[in-house]
Design a binder for this molecule. Sequence first.
Ligand SMILES: Nc1nc2c(ncn2[C@@H]2O[C@H](COP(=O)(O)OP(=O)(O)OP(=O)(O)O)[C@@H](O)[C@H]2O)c(=O)[nH]1
Length: 244
Amino acid sequence: MREDDIEIAIKVVIVGNGGVGKSSMIQRYCKGIFTKDYKKTIGVDFLERQIEIDGEDVRIMLWDTAGQEEFDAITKAYYRGAQACVLTFSTTDRASFDAIKDWKRKVENECNEIPTVIVQNKIDLIEQSVVTADEVETLARNLNCRLIRTSVKEDVNVASVFRYLATKCHQLMLGESCDQSYTHAGGNGGGSSFNGSSSGHQPTISAFSPTFTKSNSGTIVLRAAKKSSTARKRKIVLKKCGIL
Ligand SMILES: Nc1nc2c(ncn2[C@@H]2O[C@H](COP(=O)(O)OP(=O)(O)OP(=O)(O)O)[C@@H](O)[C@H]2O)c(=O)[nH]1
């Protein structure tokens, strides 16, 4: 393999109870589509998308795991080697919220601590919500995870989830101090834009604001890896992380 062909790849696992919108989220992010039909994921599925972080091409490999307990034995094998995790629950499904702690534990059993985001999906159904904003924010704080509220259906904040995680992983790969800022979920609940600030207090990314706009933070770069002066940097990066 030539030096120029080397790229950064990040494995992200998406977990959560059945029906919360994991497959839909991945489809939305990688293919730009949304379907109303529910097709239970059997075992594990996989899609990827390439974005640019700090001028580097980063390939995000999204592992969609079945939410049903019957597939636990199969899916946990796929958590191994994951560098980031999305813990997903649905605004209209109380059990899926209550299960978030268990999902975090299951992933940590295989991967230790990795950058993790709690995603409250189906925020378009906020009027049918079975969780309060406070309890969700408290859970995120207690679990030391960033909270992002999304609507896969309306394409709100989906790109922010993966850009945030990819940025965190990229920082870790570069050996920059990660300052643990990914672990905070504040409670202001306003706006939907991604805030890459590295200060200690990280606001929740939310779609609650009535003036929210669709997130455009994911820059899709559908082209071959650049042959540029970043090659040397890539080499350094790859000493610190695995190529998937
Ligand atoms: N209203 C609304 N419906 C959604 C949203 N995201 C997903 N859905 C719907 O929720 C249902 C379940 O979505 P899936 O993506 O299949 O759920 P899953 O988490 O992958 O389910 P498993 O494969 O069983 O683990 C589908 O009918 C989707 O259309 C959303 O943001 N809003």
